[in-house]
Design a protein. Structure first.
Length: 391
């Protein structure tokens, strides 16, 4: 393993160049055509069987060795964000208003570096599926790939994915059992009343007053219905109603962001929001419509697979560079849907801390993936493959 890590470090320059090349050519969700072509060409040149078209621009590279029935999946994401880059890097985005501000360029490069090393080191027994997915940033590329039969065409006993984490020392690994990232739902509430003259409120049914009361009542769900030891967020981010001081509007609209770290809490939030809004509206003589759009589900890491992934890191970098059970995050991630189908684990690799450039948070115009991670991240994937598909 040490040998492989050293070997990877020596030839990692190739993958730093590749990462920077992907960085200069960012592509939005489901438009990752250039990236997808590049990933395909590399995988094919190293002898992988490549399956394209899952989820549009998704790519799966498969390598089979020996006679074992064991099947492993590793996933990287390929999409960029609609942000104007401000890093000033030589390899900065060449596309106006688009940039790799979440490090998916680095995730792709790390997995490709591992893919090459694995193809050239024959010591594994089983089937390896490398999954390059489109549209992680809100587009649900993981779901689109699964809808197109990802795990039917490429069954996996376990799946793993890695995301870089600014604020954590470079090359440091973070694991977590159970719920690790939040679900995220979008809710639109339309309150239909009867408009009228501001001077004659008794001749109208005022949706604005009902909406105001509903905003306040919604605050009681987290404080009075959710177990105080659980995490939940109900944010009313927008309230639109009316245009003039002397007109009672016919409609008020609320926009909510709803998050939870437990699928049951998520269900409770939905049930309570719907019940409370309906009853409140009725009490004001108006009618409410609740449109619920499900975003990503809670990302739940499986215990056995997380323990496995954690042990690989301990063996590779030692306990001083591994956080065994880190805190959950309120962000969301569509790898959660893969983990609903196949057991596995989602882990973090530090992008840099303190005053280092790598400490800049993702989704910031000044963010950049830390190239120092490519050797460590790729070595980690190689070690995981060798351990999971051990001869
Ligand atoms: Zn992101
Ligand atoms: Zn990301």
């Amino acid at each position: 393993m040490t040998y492989l890590r050293d070997a990877l470090t020596e030839r990692v320059g190739e993958f730093i160049q590749l990462r920077r090349d992907i960085h200069s050519h960012p592509e939005l969700a489901f438009e990752e055509h250039r990236t997808s072509d590049l990933v395909t060409a590399k995988l094919q040149s190293w002898g992988y069987q490549v399956h394209r078209g899952l989820g549009g621009t998704g790519v799966v590279g498969t390598l089979k060795r020996g006679g074992s029935e064991r099947k492993l999946g590793i996933r990287a994401d390929m999409d960029a964000l609609p942000i104007q880059e401000a890093t000033g890097a030589e390899w900065a985005s060449t596309r106006q208003g688009l940039m790799h501000a979440c490090g998916h360029d680095g995730h792709t490069a790390m997995l490709l570096a591992a893919a090459k090393a694995i193809a050239q080191a024959p010591e594994f027994d089983g089937t390896l599926n490398l999954i390059f997915q489109p549209a992680e940033e809100g587009g649900g590329g993981a779901v689109r790939m699964m809808d197109d039969g990802l795990f039917e065409h490429h069954p996996c006993d376990a799946v793993f994915a890695m995301h870089n984490m600014p604020g954590t020392p470079v090359g440091h690994f973070v694991f977590r059992d159970g719920a690790a990232m939040a679900s995220s739902d979008y809710v639109t509430i339309r309150i239909h009343g009867t408009g009228g003259h501001g001077a004659m409120p008794h001749r109208a049914a005022d949706p604005l007053v009902a909406a105001s009361s509903i905003v306040m009542a919604l605050q009681t769900i987290v404080s009075r219905n959710v177990d105080p030891l659980h995490t939940a967020v109900v944010t009313v981010g927008a309230l639109h109603a009316g245009q003039a001081n002397n007109v009672i509007p016919a409609l008020a609209t609320l926009e909510l962001s709803v998050r939870a770290l437990d699928p049951q809490v998520r269900q409770l939030l939905e049930q309570r929001i719907k019940a409370l809004v309906t009853a409140q509206a009725e009490s004001f003589g108006v009618r409410a419509e609740v449109a619920w759009r499900q975003g990503y589900c809670v990302l739940v890491n499986h215990t056995a697979q997380t323990e496995f992934a954690r042990q690989v890191a301990l063996d590779l970098v030692g306990p001083e560079r591994v956080t065994l059970n880190g805190p959950p995050l309120t962000g969301s991630e569509d790898f959660a849907f893969m983990l609903e189908k196949v057991p596995g684990s989602y882990l973090l690799i530090g992008n840099g801390d303190g005053d280092s450039a790598g400490a800049c948070m993702v989704h910031n115009p000044a963010y950049d993936f830390n190239d120092e991670n490519i050797a460590t991240g790729a070595s980690y994937w190689v070690a995981l493959v060798q351990a999971y598909l051990a001869v």
